[in-house]
Design a protein around this ligand. Sequence first.
Ligand SMILES: [Zn+2]
Length: 287
Amino acid sequence: MAALNRLMRARGFSFYSTASCRSFSSAVTSEPDLRFPSSLGHKTLPVRRDPSNRNVQWVFLGCPGVGKGTYASRLSKLLGIPHIATGDLVREELTCSGLFSQQLSEIVNQGKLVSDEIIINLLSKRLKKGEINGESGFILDGFPRTIRQAEILEGVTEIDLVINLKLREDILVEKCLGRRICSQCGGNFNIANINVKGENGNRGIYMAPLLPPAGCESKLITRADDTEEVVKERLRIYNNMSQPVEDFYRSRGKLMEFDLPGGIPESWPKLLQALNLDQEDKQSVAA
Ligand SMILES: [Zn+2]
């Protein structure tokens, strides 16, 4: 990432924070916890490597609520490469002490959008740390978000593939509206039972609900911003912002569109197939 650092310095960004951070394990995630079956252990697939002998460098795009974090996280475990979510980087930085963290905290608390510079700063720090620790390859989740970020990224490292996860908007909205959180244990659930029949050449979509255990049932709450109006507005903003980024990668022949055929049990094997990942290992992880 030396090139990235040079570029950032040239652009006048500073990345080295002298602040100390608390444990990263406190990073929150908005996705339900969907871990691999423990039988998979640390098994990893043979990953296609390029001539420079590195692992894949992929980007995941997809609107809020599509499950992008879940699929990116599963793939990173399967391939043995880091899943770098910019949302997590921001949350981790907020646990640090120092001037930069203070400024970031003000931006976030005011509900403002975190700027390209800050995101690039955090990402470069994360990649640098990975390089020191001998990491190779990555899956980026939530980055690049703007065409400018895409251009900067393109200038410093090779992105092999951009996977654009897609789901019909009406289903996406229904899924977002089905989200519930247990007010006691903080568990994430989804009560939406999506079963759309295929018609007019469109295939049906089935997504099972993620129901809470009996102990949580009476304690479920809905996030205040999971209303139809807010969810639709979030999607509209995302689509406006994401379109140029998709076009950027499409024109470079790097965009892979992937229409989710359903929930995780339906989608995961299909995604592996689309990515040409090993067939036999697919059985063991498509739980
Ligand atoms: Zn609970």
